[in-house]
Design a protein around this ligand. Structure first.
Ligand SMILES: [Zn+2]
Length: 245
């Protein structure tokens, strides 16, 4: 009888470790450990920053402030082969024979940088956008032309940070910029709840519009189309509005 109980516990534990939340937690921990390799007196490292702008909020995984600039890190724990390019709307995650597409994280991170720019109006240095993939994913093909964008495995984060050599800030400025980000960060408990509520409300409004055949981006009508990945809904104003669902 006891052996069954034991097996049950093992199975339960394994299932628990496979939930996205737990996996995400360990993924984030891994990145934090990698970033610890950066020298403490040269870099300010911030995690899980929540910023507000025009009544909307955004969450940034990691920010590294150094004398060469601000590195904004978006982490993805996707498995399989990753294909993407700087300007395409979607990137592809490919397993043996199945494919899945996801929003271009460079675009997502560009949004994060816009929030930071808004809160750091005195800062004139560069922003570097870094997309970091965890161990399970292999970056197969990546077309990035900009020197300000890097797509790398998480363990290469310190290398990317050290690859920048143009020093534009004093150590004091680095600390000041980090302080300003911390001051703008609203991921205190109550605020964090508000972020979730705002997101849920936005999702609800978006769904409502889509179900009424209204484009949530521009308010025009929506039409059904058939594409490479099956049928999808698109804005009738394409290409001036590029909303798809
Ligand atoms: Zn539209």
């Amino acid at each position: 009888m006891q052996i069954f109980l034991f097996l049950f516990c093992i199975i339960f534990l394994m299932a628990f470790l496979k939930t996205p939340k737990v996996k995400g937690f360990f993924g984030e921990l891994e990145v934090r450990n990698i970033l610890k390799k950066l020298k403490k007196d040269e870099f300010e490292i911030l995690h899980n920053i929540l910023l507000e702008k025009d009544g909307k909020t955004t969450q940034i995984d990691h920010i590294i402030v150094g004398r060469t600039g601000i590195f904004v890190v978006e982490t993805k724990n996707y498995s399989g082969w990753i294909f993407g390019s700087e300007h395409s709307k979607f990137w592809t995650q490919s397993f043996y024979k199945s494919k899945r597409r996801f929003q271009n994280p460079v675009h997502q991170n560009y949004g994060h940088i816009k929030y930071l720019e808004y809160h750091l109006q005195d800062y004139t240095g560069p922003f570097f956008s870094v997309i970091a993939f965890g161990k399970k994913g292999t970056i197969k093909k990546m077309d990035i032309m900009s020197d300000y964008i890097h797509v790398v495995p998480t363990e290469e984060l310190p290398r990317v940070v050290h690859s920048k050599t143009v020093v534009g800030m004093s150590t004091d400025s680095v600390r000041r910029v980090a302080d300003m980000i911390c001051a703008a960060n609203c991921s205190g408990k109550g605020r964090s709840k508000k972020h979730v509520q705002t997101i849920q409300q936005n999702i609800r409004l978006k769904k409502e519009k889509i179900s009424n055949n209204i484009c949530p981006k521009c308010g025009s009508g929506l039409i059904d189309k058939i594409g490479k990945y099956g049928s999808f809904t698109s804005c009738s104003q394409y290409p001036s509005c590029r909303f798809t669902n």
